[in-house]
Design a protein around this ligand. Structure first.
Ligand code: AN0
Ligand code: CP
Length: 323
């Protein structure tokens, strides 16, 4: 595997899940695979889980790891082509990428949506430059539009905890004071569409996700109706994807205070099939989800985060095998 961006990059999903469960049983079985190989993890944005779990995954495989926080210690990078660099940016990404690539075998990049232009974000301009100019396998550690390591860990978690063969999985928008990207819901929708689950999305009108990720998944605007009989509830906020009104892209459409009844609480969980609660974290309590729901025995947020190590180990293993 040379690129890890979309669910299709894994090929047969059942085989990928079986590989994940085998790694869960013995995460050190491929220790010799990464000997004298180096993973470079590049962060343009903050991270707790991705940073730690991906380093841990590389160590499970016997790799060396270098972590770069671009905004702390590296030169400020220009990412646009053709600009006169007379501002605060001292180096261009087009030099920085091949230089960084020369020190490693595999590159992971985190670069969130900037919300300046929908086209710029949805064309994945930054990550595509890494793919084009690094000559290395590249995996997405949350880009402008996708977060595949998260979605893979989410699917592993659902497979691990499901009580029905084909569980009902509900992804619910929840309120948040600041504009957040669509990467997590985009990937979750893409992966749920590929998995054997009954998938429903619920959000207020105006937050419709891009069809290239949500496909023809069922959308239910009545949150309580969507939650009926759910086996898994996946909460997440996202800003306006700008599908029907591109000018609204990246905006919080209305004051979050008007949507506090969308906060996942015992009221909605009460109509589910004793559903498990999931969230990618970091989460704002009593905004996205109430304390009692996230602290309940049915909350999977910690095992879900722990599975990030497993998804990253499978992905890095496959990339090592492609070198
Ligand atoms: C990010 C997001 O919503 O995409 C990262 C989630 C993994 N969250 C925040 O910026 C709070
Ligand atoms: N879920 C997730 O990717 O968390 P971090 O932003 O802390 O890496």
């Amino acid at each position: 595997m040379r690129i890890f961006q979309n669910v299709d990059d894994l090929g047969n999903l059942r085989e990928a899940l079986d590989e994940a469960f085998a790694i869960q049983k013995d995460r050190f079985q491929f220790q010799s695979l990464g000997k004298n190989r180096t993973a470079l993890l590049i962060f343009f944005n903050n991270s707790l889980r991705t940073r730690l779990s991906t380093q841990k995954a590389a160590m499970n495989l016997g790799m060396n790891v270098i972590v770069l926080d671009v905004n702390q210690g590296a030169w400020k990078l220009e990412t646009e082509h053709g600009v006169v660099m007379d501002g605060d940016k001292s180096e261009h990404l087009l030099e920085a990428i091949p230089v960084m690539a020369s020190y490693c075998d595999i590159i992971g990049v985190r670069s969130f949506a900037r919300f300046e232009s929908r086209d710029y974000d949805y064309n994945e301009v930054i990550l595509n430059q890494f793919i084009q100019y690094s000559g290395r396998p590249v995996f997405f550690m949350e880009s402008a539009t996708v977060h595949p390591l998260q979605a893979f860990a989410d699917l592993i978690t659902i497979e691990q905890y499901k009580k029905e063969d084909r569980p009902k999985v509900v992804m619910s928008w929840a309120p948040h004071p600041k504009a957040l990207p669509q990467a997590v819901p985009n990937s979750f929708a893409q992966w749920m569409n590929a998995a054997d689950v009954d998938f429903v999305v619920t959000h207020p009108k105006g937050y419709e996700l891009d069809p290239r990720f949500v496909g023809d998944a069922r959308v239910e605007y009545d949150q309580m109706k969507a939650f009926e009989g759910a086996d898994f509830v996946y909460a997440k906020n996202w800003s306006c994807p700008g599908v029907t009104r591109p000018d609204d892209y990246g905006r919080v459409l209305e004051d979050y205070n008007k949507f506090l009844d969308w906060t996942v609480s015992g009221r909605q969980m009460g109509v589910t099939n004793d559903a498990f609660f999931m969230h990618c974290l970091p989460v704002r309590r009593n905004m996205i989800v109430t304390d009692d729901v996230i602290e309940a025995p049915t909350s999977l947020v910690i095992p879900e985060a722990a599975n990030r190590e497993i998804s990253a180990t499978v992905v890095l293993k496959r990339m090592l095998q492609s070198l």
